[in-house]
Every structure is written in C-alpha cells, then in structure tokens.
Design a protein around this ligand. Sequence first.
Ligand code: ADP
Ligand code: 5GP
Length: 211
Amino acid sequence: MYVKFISRLFSAMAGPRPVVMSGPSGAGKSTLLKKLLKEFNGVFGFSVSHTTRNPRPGEENGKDYHFVSREVMQTSIAKGEFIESAEFSGNMYGTSKAAVQAVQAQNLICILDIDMQGVKNIKKTDLNPIYVSVQAPSMDILEKRLRDRKTESEESLQKRLHAAKVDVEISKEPGLFDVVIINDDLEAAYGKLKDVLLEEIQKVRDVNKSS
Ligand code: ADP
Ligand code: 5GP
C-alpha cells in the first residue's frame, strides 16, 4: 500500500504524460477535447498550435490557434521554435515549444491536436505522449459531418477527404496509436477517451492533493 503510494507520488512528480489526439478532419477531435477540458478544468491544458489558415467563425486567436502568416511561421520554424510542423490542406500547422511548455509549466496534461505528419514527427522526440486516434465510423459519415459543419469550401473539403483516406489506412499501423476510438455515439467515444486517460488524470489529482 505504502510502496504503491510512493511510486504513484514519484511518477506524478515526473509530470503527467501529454496526449496526442489525431485522426481525420471532421472525425470529432475538437468536440471530444472541448468536453474533456470542460469536465476536467484544471487537469488538462491545450497546446495552442500555430496555423496559416483563416479563423473560422467563433475561433479565437491565442485560444484555438495562433493565426499567423506563412512568413511569420516560416521564420519561427527556422529559428528552431517549433517541435513539429506540417503542411495540411494547403496551410501550415505547427506546435511551438512554447505552447507545450506553457501547459507543462502548470503541471497540466498537455493535449496536442495534430495531423498524421505531426504524429510521426512527435514520435522522433522525447515527449512520450499517449497517442489517441479518433476515427469516424465511415467515410460517408465523415463527409456528412464535414459538410454539415459548414466550415470548408468544396476545395478544402475534397483535400480533407483525401487526407482522411490516407489517415484511416496509416492509423491501422500496429503500435502507432495506443488506442483508436471510433467516434460513432459521442458519449460512448467520450467514455472511452476518459478510460484511456484515467491514470494520467489521477496523477494530476494526486499532485494537487499533496501540494
Ligand atoms: P475535428 O476536430 O476532428 O475536425 P469536429 O469536432 O469539428 O472534428 O467534428 C466535426 C463535426 O462533427 C462537428 O460539426 C461536430 O459537431 C460533429 N460531431 C462530432 N462528433 C459527433 C458524433 N459522435 N456524432 C455526430 N456528430 C458529431
Ligand atoms: P483544422 O484546420 O481542421 O483546425 O485542422 C486541420 C488538421 O491540422 C487537423 O488534422 C489537426 O489535427 C491538424 N493540426 C492542428 N494543429 C496542428 C499542429 O500543430 N501540427 C500538426 N502537424 N497538425 C495540426
């Protein structure tokens, strides 16, 4: 009992593991993350990525993304300020070192919402996250969700559907993800996500209790 407590305390002191959420655009990553951040206020923190795409209605600069020009982003990448970056659907996206550090400095579980190129690049770092893939039940449902969201032009939609087909295939690679969640029923998918993250959630709570 005592040994278990001490070992949990030490692992908590090492800081919680970050979480990488990936999967096709429209699969439901943001929806699941928003639920998680709302329910576990003070446990999770979102790594705010940079992007060169335009903000969608309702998106806030500095909260959903840092919306920047291609020039600004390329300069920052050249200066070594990014952990990873990728080109997706005609725009640049990337995780800055500062974005992750800002979350980890608060001893929160850092969540990264990144595409498949990002996953492969994060695998080369020492971040050691839990890798979660969120998938839609089928390509038809994915297309319907993306169309119903009404955020994409037809061109952007087609690019995203093409990327989704590649994503679905790659995500089957054994060992690439710790878990693949099929987001059919939202509550069931959310329940599965919480199950996977339970141990890390407990670590943050243990630290909060002992401090
Ligand atoms: P992503 O962040 O992966 O691009 P979103 O979270 O924006 O995807 O979800 C895409 C659309 O699908 C949104 O309009 C969202 O409300 C809807 N959606 C998400 N999960 C479900 C679900 N389980 N069932 C039905 N619609 C969903
Ligand atoms: P969206 O334009 O729909 O917000 O995001 C498009 C894709 O870019 C999604 O698959 C999302 O996970 C990914 N993405 C968002 N931020 C980053 C990032 O910092 N790095 C990488 N590699 N992908 C990102």
